[in-house]
Design a protein around this ligand. Structure first.
Ligand code: IP8
Length: 253
C-alpha cells in the first residue's frame, strides 16, 4: 500500500450492483453484501463512485448520448441524471443500513468536461465531507461539456480524476470479474505496462480507450497510485489494505 495520505477511492461497477438485463433494477443481494463489507471495514477516509448499470446506460443509449457524443436536449439530460439519482439513492440506502456515513455527490451539478475533453471534478466539497467523517458517494453521470452540450462521464473517469486530485492512498475497482484475465481466464497478478497485456486485451476492447477492461487498465496505469481490479469476493481484502485481483502500477515506468 502506498504512503500517500489521501482517501481510499473505490468504484462499484454498475454490473455488480444492478441487474443489467432488467431496466432500473438493483441487485439487492449483491448491493447489500457489498455495503455490509464496506460497513465492516470501517475505512477511515473513503470515497465511493458507482457506475450506471441498468439505470444510466439505457437512459443514455435512448438519448443517443455517450462519452464522445453530446446533447443539448434538456429533457434527455434530466432523464439520465434522474435515473442515476434513483440508483444513487438505492446505494446510499444500502450503505446507511450497513452503518456507513454515506452522503450523495451528484457530478452533473459541479463537474464538467473542458475543451480538451478532460474531466474537471472540483473536490472542495468532497474534501470537507471527508474531514467531517462522511463517505462521499459519486456516480457516472451526464456532464456539461464545452462545445458539446452534455456528454456522459463514466465512473471510471471520475475515479481517475479523484485519485489524482485527492492524492488517493489506494484505488480499487470492484467489477464482475476477479481481475484482468489472461487467455486461460487466469487472473494476471500485476500489470506495469500496457503493451505487456495488449495481446490478451485484444480485439475492439484494446482500441477502446474509454471503455472495457483495456480502457480501465490504460487509465489506471497513468495514475501515481497503484490500483487493484477485483470482484466482490476481493472487496474485504482490498479495504483491509490487501492486494486482491490484479494490481495495476504504472508508477515505476
Ligand atoms: O457505468 C456511466 O457510468 P459507468 C454513467 O461507470 C451513465 O460507465 C450515466 C451511463
Amino acid at each position: 500500500m502506498s504512503e500517500r495520505a489521501g482517501p481510499v477511492v473505490l468504484k462499484l461497477g454498475g454490473s455488480v450492483i444492478t441487474r443489467k438485463d432488467q431496466p432500473e433494477t438493483v441487485d439487492e443481494s449483491k448491493l447489500d453484501a457489498v455495503a455490509a463489507t464496506i460497513g465492516e471495514a470501517a475505512v477511515d477516509s473513503l470515497v465511493i463512485v458507482h457506475g450506471g448499470g441498468s439505470f444510466g446506460h439505457p437512459a443514455a443509449a435512448q438519448a443517443g448520448v455517450s462519452l464522445a457524443s453530446g446533447t443539448h436536449d434538456t429533457t434527455a439530460i434530466s432523464e439520465i441524471h434522474a435515473a442515476m439519482g434513483r440508483l444513487n439513492e438505492a446505494v446510499l440506502d444500502a450503505l446507511h443500513e450497513a452503518g456507513v456515513p454515506a452522503v450523495p455527490v451528484r457530478p452533473f451539478s459541479a463537474g464538467y468536461r473542458d475543451e480538451s475533453g478532460a474531466v474537471v471534478q472540483p473536490t472542495g466539497a468532497i474534501e470537507t465531507m471527508l474531514g467531517e467523517g462522511f463517505v462521499p458517494v459519486l456516480h457516472g453521470d451526464v456532464f456539461t461539456t464545452v462545445d458539446a452540450g452534455a456528454t456522459i462521464v463514466s465512473g471510471d473517469e471520475l475515479v481517475v480524476s479523484l485519485a489524482a486530485s485527492l492524492a488517493a492512498q489506494s484505488v480499487g475497482l470492484c467489477t464482475t470479474v476477479p481481475g484482468v484475465l489472461d487467455e486461460d481466464e487466469d487472473v494476471i497478478p500485476e500489470i506495469e505496462r500496457f503493451d505487456a497485456v495488449e495481446g490478451v486485451l485484444s480485439g475492439s476492447d484494446a482500441t477502446d480507450v474509454t471503455g472495457g477492461m483495456a480502457g480501465k487498465v490504460r487509465a489506471l496505469l497513468d495514475l501515481d497510485t497503484p490500483a487493484q481490479i477485483f470482484d466482490p469476493d476481493g472487496l474485504a481484502a482490498f479495504l483491509g489494505s490487501g492486494a486482491p485481483g490484479t494490481r495495476i502500477d504504472g508508477s515505476s515506468q
